[in-house]
Design a protein around this ligand. Structure first.
Ligand SMILES: Nc1ncnc2c1ncn2[C@@H]1O[C@H](COP(=O)(O)OP(=O)(O)OP(=O)(O)O)[C@@H](O)[C@H]1O
Ligand SMILES: [Mg+2]
Length: 212
């Protein structure tokens, strides 16, 4: 199987209208497009958080409407543009990802590894609500990666970061997911990031795809 997702004649309200789109398995695909072009909407469709009005989406050659949404979301992990940070400390927030997968809590060593991947240098006991915006974003990223899916849908995972931290974090995500043969579909505002790390690039323009 070459493609993890296939979209055919997909319409969602007057927001998206995609004739055909194939997303390759085990690759990094970057999605570019101006604000309001439908990038977040596309990711939500891939996770079945919203339902399309027309057309079909196939995940591993199976119509996503025929896949139990909980099962789908255990495999296809979404990091939303405005991730939720829960009450409690950093450790609690990371362990929540494992609860959803019905797995035991991880050792502090393991949790720290994931914080390192996300370049968040804070003790596990720190209050998560008191982190800065960019730190919360990196905590949510660490939590998403810890969920151990097969596909990661990352909606602007580095939008609150300075250029240097952004490069480090994206490089780290790409290394991590390459080592473990995962698929990454990442929205980014940065053409530089898309050109450097995107093995495939999707350009959205007013809900359609301009070129691939
Ligand atoms: N549930 C909804 N109902 C109606 N309109 C919506 C809904 N969700 C999003 N929209 C609209 O659809 C368009 C695309 O939204 P979307 O969030 O996908 O854009 P985006 O490309 O992610 O933008 P940004 O770069 O600002 O995050 C916007 O005009 C938005 O206002
Ligand atoms: Mg968006």
């Amino acid at each position: 199987m070459k493609y993890i997702f296939r979209l055919e004649k997909v319409k969602y309200k007057d927001i998206l209208n995609i004739e055909k789109l194939n997303i390759k398995k085990d690759k990094v695909t970057c999605i570019l497009g101006e604000s309001g072009s439908g990038k977040s909407t596309l990711l939500k469709l891939l996770n079945n958080l919203i339902s399309l009005d027309e057309g079909s989406i196939y995940y591993k050659d199976k119509d996503i409407l025929e896949i139990n949404p909980i099962d789908l979301r255990r495999q296809v992990i979404m990091l939303s543009q405005n991730p939720v940070i829960f009450e409690g400390n950093i450790r609690d927030n990371l362990n929540l990802a494992l609860e959803f997968k019905e797995k035991e809590n991880e050792s502090d060593e393991k949790l720290k590894e994931y914080l390192e991947i996300a370049n968040l240098k804070k003790p596990l006991d720190n209050d998560a609500k008191k982190l800065s915006g960019g730190e919360k974003q990196r905590l949510a990223l660490a939590r998403a990666l810890l969920s151990d899916g097969q596909v990661y849908l990352l909606d602007e995972p580095s939008s609150s970061l300075d250029d240097e931290t952004e490069k480090f974090v994206i490089e780290s995500i790409v290394n991590f997911t390459k080592q473990s043969n995962k698929t990454v579909i990442m929205v980014t505002h940065s053409i530089d990031i898309a050109e450097k790390y995107g093995e495939e690039i999707i350009n959205l323009y007013k809900g359609g795809i301009t070129n691939e």
